[in-house]
Design a protein around this ligand. Structure first.
Ligand SMILES: [Zn+2]
Length: 400
């Protein structure tokens, strides 16, 4: 590897740690990366000079001597994170370190076409960018409830949005004027939880995302996201749990997502298009207020029984150490009693389930946007000085 490639790799490694830990001391960087103090000092200075980080002397003093300065992300650059759904388009600007600095949910009366979605996304990103005049939006990531080819962000199939074989990343990049990447929403929820949430440190993880468009999955194997050959792995929502069950949007019968729909849970508590937080609090309130044989208890128990069958297959296949539930599956878990929780892994082979814990997504309703932002940051963190070619003229215009 030549000297320039080594330097690029080291700059990337420093920036990635600052991002994932939302700030880190020089001493920790030296330890984590195995580089000497003067090399770390030089790399941090270069990143600061190019607008990526700041140094602060606010680290707690450890022992005698000067405290090690803390290297923190700078908000000069932001990425746009987008999650188009059947009933809402959720858009946020996200800083390095995965913090949402601005967010807007655009309600929809019907599922949008790709063209309509691009129009709404472009207008919303420009509006949000105008609220952050000190920063520039330099890239965007889209979390799509469907199958997305990871090479070029082309949507193969998003059944409930009605999108089939539609380019998305390329036309959105043309509209926004910045690089755009797109991927499956559950894969990105999994990435977000692995980076900043309930999946930190997990080597083998199954993430299940319950959303208005159905149930998706993300896998972490050997500490890395497992996308499959072209980006479509983890579709546990289409695991067959009842051969005699209802028809699914995918064309098969008795899929998990056809039997465990978010809409049925929302209907049980009298809501139509709630966001995740509203659904969860309504469900918990109803469970407390209702008798054990009431309709809300019944729907929760019914959905948990189907989920346990799907987890039997997944746990036997993967032998996970962590299972993370997001969206309405997180609400379902919170509404479950102790016996119901235990029953979720009871059908798997005991040795395969022995190391598995079930947790709810720690990032809550932000998880898909944080994951979409991770996708947008990828290219920039891989080559921080490559961002120099993204000058103000090519950032999202606020006056256009
Ligand atoms: Zn299906």
């Amino acid at each position: 590897m030549d000297a320039a490639a080594v330097r690029r790799r080291n700059l990337s490694a420093v920036l990635e740690l600052v991002h994932l830990r939302r700030g880190v001391t020089r001493a920790d960087l030296t330890r984590a990366l195995g580089l000497n103090r003067s090399t770390i000092g030089d790399l941090v200075a270069v990143l600061a000079e190019h607008g990526w980080v700041d140094e602060r002397d606010d680290a707690p003093r450890a022992g005698v001597g000067r405290p090690s300065p803390r290297v923190v992300p700078r908000d000069a650059r932001l990425v746009a994170a987008i999650n188009p759904e059947v009933d809402v388009i959720d858009v946020a600007l996200v800083s390095l370190g995965g913090e949402l600095v601005a967010r807007r949910r655009v309600p929809l009366s019907e599922p949008p076409s790709v063209d309509r979605a691009i129009e709404l996304i472009t207008a919303t990103v420009r509006d949000l960018a105008a609220t952050q005049p000190e920063s520039e939006v330099v890239a965007a990531g889209v979390a799509v409830p469907g199958l997305v080819r990871h090479d070029d962000g082309h949507v193969r199939l998003a059944p409930r949005l009605g999108w089939r074989e539609q380019p998305l990343a390329a036309p959105l990049a043309a509209a926004l004027g910045v690089p755009v990447a797109a991927a499956n929403d559950a894969h990105l929820g999994s990435r977000a939880e692995q980076a900043f949430g309930a999946g930190i440190g997990a080597r083998t993880m199954l993430y299940l995302n319950g959303g208005p468009s159905g149930i998706g999955g993300g896998l972490v194997v050997d500490g890395r996201p497992m996308d499959g050959a072209a980006g479509y792995a983890g579709e546990l929502g289409h695991a067959s749990v009842d051969p005699n069950g209802p028809l699914c949007a995918c064309g098969a019968t008795g899929c998990l997502e056809a039997l465990v729909p978010r809409a049925a849970l929302a209907a049980a508590v009298g809501l139509e298009h709630p966001d995740d937080d509203t659904l969860e609090s309504a469900l918990l309130t109803a469970i407390v207020a209702e008798n054990d044989d009431g309709p809300v208890h019944e729907e929760v128990a019914r959905q948990l029984r189907w989920l346990a069958i799907a987890l039997r297959g997944a746990v036997n296949l993967l032998n996970p150490e962590r299972i993370v539930l997001g969206g309405h599956l997180a609400a379902l878990w919170r509404a479950a009693d102790r016996d119901q929780r235990a029953s979720l892994l009871a059908q798997a082979l005991p040795v395969n389930a022995a190391d598995a814990t079930i947790e709810v997504a720690a990032l809550g309703s932000q998880r898909l946007l944080v994951g979409a932002a991770e996708l947008a940051w990828d290219g920039l963190i891989a080559d921080p000085l490559g961002a120099e070619t993204t000058d103000a003229a090519s950032a999202v215009g606020v006056s256009a």
